[in-house]
Design a protein around this ligand. Structure first.
Ligand SMILES: *[C@@H]1O[C@H](CO)[C@@H](O)[C@H](O)[C@H]1NC(C)=O
Ligand SMILES: *[C@@H]1O[C@H](CO)[C@@H](O)[C@H](O)[C@H]1NC(C)=O
Ligand SMILES: *[C@@H]1O[C@H](CO)[C@@H](O)[C@H](O)[C@H]1NC(C)=O
Ligand SMILES: *[C@@H]1O[C@H](CO)[C@@H](O)[C@H](O)[C@H]1NC(C)=O
Ligand SMILES: *[C@@H]1O[C@H](CO)[C@@H](O)[C@H](O)[C@H]1NC(C)=O
Ligand SMILES: *[C@@H]1O[C@H](CO)[C@@H](O)[C@H](O)[C@H]1NC(C)=O
Length: 659
């Protein structure tokens, strides 16, 4: 019986519907033949040799797109959903199943690809955190995931009936790459930062080779098949059958509350955007940019990092601690469990994109040798890591050599790029042109929350006005400079920035304010979040998500010591919550007279409030965390005059210590 005939067979319809009942509410796509047998054959072939993350990917260098953009491409989107679903329903013992790939990161702490643990590190995953390898290790990890999904998608495309449709899907599959989730851009009007496709529904209707079917939404959650309670060590992980975000309870009836996750992300949009914009503008040193380990006495302008920003999004996506009395953070908030949630790879692809764009801005700084602050499956604590350290377990060749930071430096070697970097390799093409191209994108996408964007807008408007005047001798443009821009000033410098009521800029300069935060990663024996507010805030965490004075959240992405293995108790980490946008709004509303130190210090001492909650919902008094320090710092910044430039920061100095 041919495939098409098989699909029309009434017998099969009966099998499908009873399979639905057995599998629970939503299952996988039914292609009308035994998919698992085909996959098993494929996997048997793969297990003959190490699974190599191949150079060049499949089909040359293709674009990784933003998830909402990929969704516009109906054929690729269908393939993406079907591919994810197939991976999630592939036998968990396969190294290329969802469980196999996501299990590399942390739990179940199992050997992958025959790359065994170094003695003493059996109870950790391969992932590297608080390490110079944080950005580079995740690069081949994503490439492996992309490669598996790519080949799955190629296979699925051939399952359409022969003819025009099959050809169409094969064409779509040929340029397929994994999408990223940009949590720092303004979402489409009326939508949340959390895409509907990810948090909107536990099922999805997909029009596959056998027509439209309702299947489990593979972006909503991953259901363990089965859950190995022994490997998941403790409650609630050893009874939660599916990945959860902002779980409604900590018992077996828990459901995801994606509305809560969306609310928390939306509330932090301006804060995430500012942090990203500052990382691009003022972090030109790989050592400090790359990871969250806190180095005491370093420059006050380097408390943030790509990893610290990444940590915050992990905690926001995991949720918990904010809405229910019995709350408990979801998988994304806990390092060892985070990778199972489908949002993990969307988030990490965004992190890789930030890294790649950052490389175009700062092509000459790279991994310098540093001791590992934390152990991983193949790294001992204290071991020196450098650009040639093997990024295990990702093979670069069948001779079992590994990818290294040096070999992943040029991301195009792995067969992908991002729209902001088209035609740029990230190394050889990191020229002035690449810098301008990247800066334009950064200003457009992430400048909105920075005063710098007001300045660019004003300068552009003025240039256009001047052009307009030359063309037609009409009356002056209606647009007058906003009141906070003292536009007639000659270009100033820091000592020229004196307090003038209602003024943000003097000439082309203004002052940025940041809360620098440092704390022991394990201060509360698990993930927690630090929230800053201006003005009144209650002690009830359920009100925080809707408190208007919320400035931003810094998430500390940790793990419970009972998970064993990765001992993080000695580690200090740092991050930031930028204050500038909130303060500029207060200058505009007249509550604060200027951004100058005397005014700001007086204002913040009266109005800045700190609240801290663990991911399990418990509110913690600041005084109870001995290792916590919050330093308010500021710098004079020169705003860019065109979109091709980024702000230029002066020395960041301590304003005052918050007690
Ligand atoms: C479950 O996990 C334990 C502990 O990691 C492991 O020893 C065991 O082999 C696993 N069981 C299965 C069926 O994978
Ligand atoms: C989910 O979160 C929203 C927003 O905070 C809240 O209104 C709602 O009650 C929560 N739902 C459940 C079931 O907890
Ligand atoms: C980069 O930062 C590291 C860590 O603080 C420091 O040791 C190194 O000197 C810095 N490199 C440059 C070029 O400033
Ligand atoms: C669930 O939450 C309750 C209330 O906070 C707590 O007493 C209980 O220990 C929690 N259960 C688990 C398994 O964490
Ligand atoms: C570098 O840029 C040039 C011109 O934009 C392009 O032709 C070339 O392919 C690029 N090289 C790489 C390695 O991307
Ligand atoms: C900065 O401004 C002050 C006061 O207007 C002026 O005296 C000084 O010369 C300026 N310094 C520079 C480097 O422009």
């Amino acid at each position: 019986m041919g495939l098409a005939a098989l699909l029309r067979s009434p017998l099969l319809l009966v099998i499908i519907s009873s399979a639905r009942l057995v599998l629970g509410q939503y299952g996988s796509y039914n292609y009308g033949f035994d998919v698992t047998r085909r996959l098993r054959r494929q996997v048997a072939q793969q297990q003959q040799q190490p699974l190599v993350v191949v150079r060049g990917g499949g089909g040359g260098v293709q674009l990784r797109q933003e998830i909402r953009q990929l969704e516009q491409n109906q054929d690729q989107w269908t393939l993406y959903i079907l591919g994810l679903s197939l991976m999630q329903f592939t036998d968990q013992t396969s190294p290329t199943s969802w469980y196999g790939i996501t299990g590399i990161h942390g739990i179940p702490h199992k050997t992958w690809g025959g790359v065994g643990p170094t003695p003493g590190n059996e109870d950790t995953g391969y992932c590297t955190h608080s390490s110079v390898l944080f950005p580079t290790w995740h690069r081949p990890y994503l490439a492996l995931y992309e490669q598996v999904l790519y080949s799955t998608v190629q296979m699925i495309a051939t399952w359409w009936p022969e003819g025009e449709a099959r050809q169409r899907y094969m064409n779509a599959a040929a340029t397929f790459r994994i999408p990223y989730w940009d949590w720092a851009i303004n979402p489409p009007t009326g939508q949340s930062v959390l895409p509907l496709s990810v948090g909107g529904s536990p099922y999805v209707d997909v029009n596959g080779p056998s027509g439209v079917q309702r299947i489990a939404n593979p972006l909503f959650s991953f259901t363990f098949k089965p859950l190995n309670a022994t490997a998941f060590l403790q409650a609630p992980w050893d009874y939660w059958m599916t990945t959860l975000r902002s779980p409604t309870t900590n018992d077996t009836h828990a459901l995801s509350n994606n509305s809560q996750v969306a609310l928390n992300l939306d509330q932090n949009l301006a804060s995430l955007g500012q942090r990203l914009y500052i990382l691009f503008s003022n972090y030109g040193n790989y050592s400090t940019f790359s990871n969250n380990a806190w180095i005491p006495l370093i420059n006050d302008g380097s408390y943030d990092s790509l990893e610290a920003l990444h940590d915050t999004v992990h905690n926001l996506a995991g949720g918990g601690g904010r809405d229910q009395p019995n709350s408990q953070g979801g998988h994304m908030a806990y390092i060892p469990y985070s990778a199972f949630d489908p949002i993990f790879f969307l988030h990490h692809t965004m992190i890789d994109r930030i890294f790649a764009i950052w490389q175009a801005l700062y092509p000459n700084t790279w991994v310098t040798p540093q001791e590992a602050a934390l152990p991983s499956f193949t790294t001992a604590r204290g071991q020196v890591q450098d650009a040639t350290t093997p990024l295990t377990p990702f093979f670069a060749n069948s001779d079992r050599t590994f990818w290294t930071s040096a070999t992943v430096r040029d991301h195009t070697q792995l067969g992908y790029t991002y729209a902001e970097l088209v035609g740029k390799s990230g190394v050889s093409n990191a020229t002035k042109e690449a810098r301008s191209q990247a800066s334009r994108a950064i200003n457009r996408l992430y400048g909105a929350s920075s005063p710098a964007s007001l300045f660019i807008k004003e300068m552009t408007a003025r240039r256009n006005r001047d052009k307009g005047r030359q063309r037609v001798s009409k009356r002056d443009s209606q647009s007058t400079p906003p009141s906070y821009l003292k536009s007639d000033d000659s270009p100033g410098n820091s000592s020229a920035l004196t307090s003038r009521s209602g003024v943000v800029f003097v000439g082309n300069q203004y002052r940025e304010w940041i809360a620098n935060i440092y704390v022991k990663k394990q201060a509360l024996n698990g993930p927690f979040s630090i929230h800053l507010f201006l003005g009144d805030v209650s002690n009830d965490p359920r009100t925080w998500a809707s408190t208007p004075g919320h400035i931003g959240t810094m998430g500390v992405f940790a793990s419970d010591a009972r998970h064993g293995g990765m001992d993080m108790s000695h580690l200090d980490i740092s991050g930031t919550i930028p204050l500038t946008t909130a303060l500029v709004n207060k200058v505009i509303s007249g509550e604060l007279s200027s951004l100058e130190p005397l005014d700001v210090e007086r204002y913040l001492r009266r109005n800045l409030k700190t609240r801290i909650a663990r991911a399990d919902g418990k509110v913690i008094e600041r005084e109870r965390i001995e290792s916590l320090g919050i330093r308010i710092v500021s710098s004079v910044v020169r705003a860019p005059e065109t979109e091709d430039e980024l702000p230029v920061w002066g020395r960041v100095g301590v304003g005052f210590h918050l007690t």
